[in-house]
Design a protein around this ligand. Structure first.
Ligand SMILES: [Fe+2]
Length: 381
């Protein structure tokens, strides 16, 4: 089977090994003549980034790059990116990287033409309608990890560096016009990033599948996304050059992020404040939280995950699924607790407060209260 295709759902996706060679054509399709490539510091000097800049330059699109992006990007990175975009006279963004590069790239394209401050666009009610939609620059997204799925998402996660809170900025036009999913770009990812990002995709699928909101399309996607992770994440972890496994993980990432339009839940609600305060890796933090959250949600999701277990070829229904998650985490060397993750004395009150106001909280199938969230968190410490 050829692992190459063009998809138009949820946006235009050029999927297949080697398709980064189409970057200039993708910019043309998005109406971009002078792109600013936005990525994080770690990727700035890597070969895949240099090659992409070469492709842009050779096509007469320049080779402008902004890479002053922290692992958990914040409002200062956004302001510097907007300055680079406007001073360079750019007309669009190539958002390139994992969650940080993609989210900040999307945000720069969104903010560059706005007059109101960033936090006016937080994902609360209809605040997104405050934006001047015509001033949002077009975006081409190029993921280099397989986890966040931000390439097919309509939001960016950004840390408020003063309050140490992760905020979601939402607008429908955050959805990139064109996405290049080239699994060859993920071949160089080290094992612990492969595991952490892959388990972020898995958490998106598990939480979307658990969420009580009505969205059968997402439900189907979440289930198949879990199957792809189950089959291919161990392979991608064991052999980073296994291109078939890398391709299916890239699909799982895009599927998880598309599916979570249905909702996220307690895993992300806890992971967001933990990551914002202690700068832990997002996907790895999710993986640490998942076993306890499955038990927390058990009364609401037991039957649902028995069905999922059947589809996934897992014996013993819900319990079998939980055992599978424990086994998967162990096989990928995921820490069992926040202490093992390096967060030895977490501020419980602060994390609980952050979790309860996180937008993911509303998608959890069991209502999260101060009391039960505290109990849940203490099981993870
Ligand atoms: Fe996530």
């Amino acid at each position: 089977m050829s692992l190459t295709a063009n998809w138009s759902y949820p946006t235009s996706v050029r999927f297949g090994a080697g398709r980064i060679s189409e970057i200039a054509d993708a910019c043309a399709a998005a109406g971009i003549k002078k792109p600013l490539l936005v990525t994080d510091r770690g990727l700035a000097n890597m070969d895949i980034t240099t090659r992409t800049l070469d492709l842009l330059e050779n096509a007469g699109l320049g080779r402008a790059i902004f890479a002053d992006v922290d692992p958990n990007p914040n409002e200062k990175n956004a302001a510097a990116g907007v300055r680079a975009f406007n001073e360079g006279g750019h007309d669009g963004v190539v958002a390139f990287g994992g969650g940080s590069g993609l989210d900040l790239g999307k945000l720069v394209a969104f903010l560059a033409g706005q007059t109101r401050p960033l936090w006016d666009f937080e994902d609360i009610g209809d605040w997104w309608t405050r934006a001047d939609a015509d001033a949002i620059a077009p975006i081409v997204a190029v993921p280099t990890t397989a986890g966040t799925g931000s390439e097919v998402g309509r939001a960016s996660v950004i840390t408020n560096s003063e309050t140490e809170e992760k905020k979601i900025i939402f607008h429908p036009k955050f959805l990139p016009s064109v996405v290049i999913c080239d699994p060859e770009l993920t071949v160089g990812m080290p094992g612990f990033i492969t595991a952490g990002t892959g388990l972020d995709a898995f958490a998106h699928c598990v939480e979307a599948f658990s969420s009580p909101h009505y969205h059968p399309m997402s439900q189907g996607m979440a289930l198949e996304g879990m199957r792809l992770v189950k089959e291919y994440l161990p392979r991608a972890y064991a052999d980073g050059t296994d291109l078939e496994a890398r391709a299916h993980m890239m699909s799982a990432a895009a599927m998880g992020a598309t599916a979570f339009q249905k909702g996220l839940g307690a895993i992300h609600a806890l992971s967001h404040p933990i990551g914002a305060i202690y700068h832990t890796h997002h996907g790895t933090t999710n993986a640490v939280c998942m076993p306890a959250v499955l038990q927390f949600n058990r009364p609401a999701i037991e039957d649902l995950f028995s069905q999922a277990a059947n589809y996934l070829g897992i014996q013993d229904g819900f319990d079998g699924f939980c055992d599978y998650v424990d086994h998967l985490n162990a096989s990928l060397n995921i820490p069992k607790s926040l202490t093992e993750l390096g967060v030895s004395s977490p501020d419980i009150d602060r994390i609980v407060r952050g979790a309860l106001i996180d937008p993911s909280t509303g998608g959890n199938p069991i209502e999260m209260t101060e009391e039960n969230t505290r109990k849940l968190l203490l099981q993870i410490v």
